[in-house]
Design a protein around this ligand. Structure first.
Ligand code: IPM
Ligand code: MG
Length: 387
């Protein structure tokens, strides 16, 4: 028994050492990269698994179209990265193969299709999710997920902390004995401050008046408690913004309360609650297939769908009917992030017209609706009509 405890303590010490190293790295970090000073800006395109290449292909085509002049002028360069597939990851036993990671790091921003994550017990090696690994490797600490349903008065922006919480060492839990397993959740001062500041700055710049903090600090007292406390400290620098607190369970309920949910504007949450609540929030907008996300850090940024690779759709031969909107929204966020706000607005406007207003085509995920390519063509035509 004592041996098992000693062994577990040793493993735990390693976890603590790596997290303290991460804290030091955060302290030493420079400011945000200035895209205005880069030429060319290198955009990596990573198709991913399952429906990934189908929907990413359409988003890539849209970016090539919107940035055609900039590519000609040498201001933008696209770099297609093929190797981030589940087959390659399993072959080398790594969440991201080394050569792929090097390619990713040679880009400034990345458009990434969903990747498949093996699950414990599904017969495949239990390697870490490529998503989670990329967020950690590139230190993409802010997962920003907007959800908008104009007809219902919904306009939420979710700021999900992206490198800590239950995800920081999610693959390094300890089976102390056959009967006792322990996982860890992590909050750091630096990690919380930087996401909180980004959320409050976003609220200020975009004229939002309210930031809602979502935790389970009533139960997970230490890590969630610190998250809450540190967010309140940051909030002091934004006196014009109202800060309120919610527990994650009641927040899931309030998001379906038609009278209350219109009041939410910016939600600021630790990683796992952000994961769960952003799927729920996206459902009001038409499902996870309609929602894109930015994963931003100080040096790198990655843009993706909020959903997975839908292997079932592919297995059932429905891959061509996947909804490209999540990746097109991700592409719009990418354009805005690198300073092409007008192009981003145009794409967002076209997506709003096609998805909420005109709705000439619908995506059902099967042959009762439009194909991915047909819908992307529709968005493309709409973009062109806005020229
Ligand atoms: C997301 C996804 C990922 C996550 C999975 C695929 C690991 O659900 O981006 O929200 O949990 O973060
Ligand atoms: Mg998720």
């Amino acid at each position: 028994m004592e041996d098992r405890i000693t062994l577990a303590c040793k493993q735990f010490a390693k976890v603590l050492e790596s997290q303290l190293r991460r804290v030091e790295a955060m302290k030493a970090q420079d400011g945000f990269i200035d895209y205005g000073k880069l030429s060319p800006i290198v955009i990596g395109i990573c198709g991913g698994d399952g429906i990934g290449p189908v929907i990413t292909g359409q988003a890539h085509r849209m970016l090539e179209f919107l940035l055609a002049d900039e590519v000609k002028a040498g201001k933008i360069q696209f770099q297609v990265i093929d190797g981030l597939t589940i087959e390659n990851r399993i072959a080398v036993g790594k969440a991201i193969p080394d050569d792929v990671l090097a390619e990713l790091k040679s880009c400034h921003v990345i458009l990434k299709g969903p990747t498949t994550t093996p699950q414990k017990g599904d017969g495949r090696p239990n390697i870490e999710s490529a998503n989670v690994a990329m967020r950690k490797e590139l230190d993409l600490f802010a997962n920003i997920r907007p959800v908008k349903v104009p007809s219902k008065g919904i306009n939420w922006t979710i700021f999900r902390e992206n490198t800590e919480g239950g995800y920081a060492v999610g693959s390094e839990g300890i089976n102390v004995t056959d009967d006792l397993a322990v996982d860890f959740t992590v909050t750091t001062r630096q990690g919380t401050e930087r996401i909180a500041r980004l959320a409050y700055e976003f609220a200020r710049k975009n004229g939002f008046t309210r930031v809602s903090l979502v935790t389970k600090a009533n139960v997970i007292k230490t890590t969630d408690g610190n998250f809450l406390e540190i967010c309140h400290e940051v909030a002091k620098d934004y006196p014009e913004i109202t800060t309120d607190e919610w527990y994650a369970d009641i927040m899931t309920a309030k998001l379906i309360d038609e009278k209350r949910r219109r009041d939410f504007q910016v939600l600021l949450l630790p990683n796992l609650y952000g994961d769960i609540i952003s799927d729920e929030a996206a459902e009001f907008q038409g499902g996870v297939g309609t929602a894109g996300a930015a994963n931003t850090g100080k040096r790198y940024a990655m843009f993706e769908a909020i959903h997975g690779s839908a292997p079932r759709m592919v297995a059932e031969g429905r891959g061509a009917y996947a909804d490209p909107c999540s990746m097109l929204r991700a592409a719009a966020m990418l354009l805005s992030h690198i300073g092409y706000q007008e192009k981003s607005d145009k794409l967002t406007r076209a997506l709003d017209i096609c998805s909420f207003e005109e709705k000439r085509l619908t995506i059902t995920g099967r042959d009762t609706g439009a194909t991915c390519e047909e819908f992307a063509n529709y968005v493309m035509e709409t973009v062109k009509s806005l020229e």
